[in-house]
Design a protein around this ligand. Structure first.
Ligand code: ACO
Length: 326
């Protein structure tokens, strides 16, 4: 949050991604749990997801996405000042997954740390990186979302195991001056721990013999999601004196097609201006926004100079939005 410095702002200069090789269709999931392609598609819009192999760790995928983002930006790894990785499924309690990415890509000058804000993690990481750039602490930051939710799913709970997938996305964020208004215009972050019990992992490395599985009250999350996301989106528009008509693309967190459509409708945005990848990736938590951004940038839909609105909600609850001109 806060006013934008007219002199120095942060711009996304490269986007990258990684998706595990193994694609799991709804029909395949229905061999493991009592469900059907029709139920999953109708309730969520999900048709398939990627599940990681043992070697495709959060760090491995984050590093792959980062290399692609750096190449797209034309930035060498040793020019990176900081690596901020959002994940709820880190490789280890410590060191942070971000330092493994640092070592893997050879970003020797950088400092690196993780952010835990569940599905809102990428917006949180982007917000922190943007603040650090604008205050002059750093000039080039890798912002990554990387997740292996397949490792925390309870395959006896059909209400949750069909919803998630694995993957990683990354952006290079760089300090720029001038540039006709391009860059991150605002970020707005929120959390409310009173909702902790509607979406959580029932264990952790700090708890003996309880690595944990994802637990969710889907109905309650759904109920909160459209309202809170719409308010975060309106907050971004109001802070910048804009209306939904000004937005070229909404790139929402990809949890559920019905949530995405609900927010789009409340905003009055036509579906053609909303990026949807939930059908192919399912919910990849902190990775879902950079993966969707990658998809729409690489297929030419999102173009330089366009106004992009990002929004996410996840366990915590945490939620927020970011408005940027590419
Ligand atoms: N296949 C078949 N039947 C199922 C499945 C399944 N995979 N899962 C649940 N059901 C059954 C239930 O057992 C129940 O059966 P019953 O009526 O005989 O008891 C019935 O379907 C309805 O169950 P509900 O949980 O009430 O189903 P609902 O219509 O709420 O849909 C869903 C569930 C899709 C999870 C929905 O609540 C939802 O989309 N919630 C949003 C949560 C979300 O997307 N979370 C992602 C993480 S948070 C985030 O990223 C924003």
């Amino acid at each position: 949050m806060g006013e934008l410095s007219p002199l120095r702002r942060s711009r996304i200069t490269g986007v990258g991604h990684y998706l595990p090789e193994h694609i799991v269709s709804n029909d395949e999931i229905s061999l493991r749990v009592e469900t059907s392609d029709a139920w999953i598609t109708e309730r969520t819009g999900i048709r398939q997801r990627h599940f990681s192999a043992p070697f495709e760790t959060t760090a491995f995928m984050g590093a792959a996405a980062s290399r692609e983002a750096l190449a797209a930006a034309g930035v060498e790894a040793d020019s990176v000042d900081a690596i901020i990785l959002a994940t709820a499924t880190p490789d280890q309690a410590f060191p942070a997954t971000a330092v493994h990415v640092q070592a893997a890509i050879g970003a020797k000058r950088a400092f690196a740390f993780d952010i835990s804000a569940a599905c809102s993690g990428f917006i949180y990481a982007l917000s922190v990186a943007d603040s650090m750039i604008r205050c002059g602490q750093v000039s080039t930051v890798l912002v990554i979302g990387s997740e292996v939710y397949s490792r925390i799913l309870n395959f006896e709970d059909r209400g949750t195991c069909v919803l998630f997938g694995d993957g990683a996305g990354a952006v290079v964020l760089q300090a720029k001056t001038g540039g006709e208004g391009a860059g991150i215009l605002s970020t707005h972050l929120h959390s409310d721990g009173a909702f902790a019990e509607i979406l959580y992992v029932d264990g952790a490395v700090g708890q003996r013999d309880r690595p944990g599985h994802l637990v969710m009250n889907g109905r309650e999350v759904f109920r909160q999601a459209v309202t809170l996301l719409s308010s975060a989106v309106n907050e971004a528009l109001e802070a910048n004196g804009l209306t939904a008509k000004d937005i070229d693309w909404l790139v929402p967190h990809q949890a559920n097609r019905r949530i995405i459509d609900g927010v789009g409708k409340k905003l009055g945005l036509p579906p053609e201006r909303v990026v949807v990848t939930v059908d192919k990736h399912a919910n990849t938590s902190a990775a879902s926004i950079p993966l969707a951004l990658y998809q729409a940038v690489s297929d030419g839909r999102i173009k330089p100079g366009q106004l992009i609105l990002l929004e996410a909600l996840g366990g915590g609850l945490t939620w927020g939005s970011a408005l940027l001109r590419l």
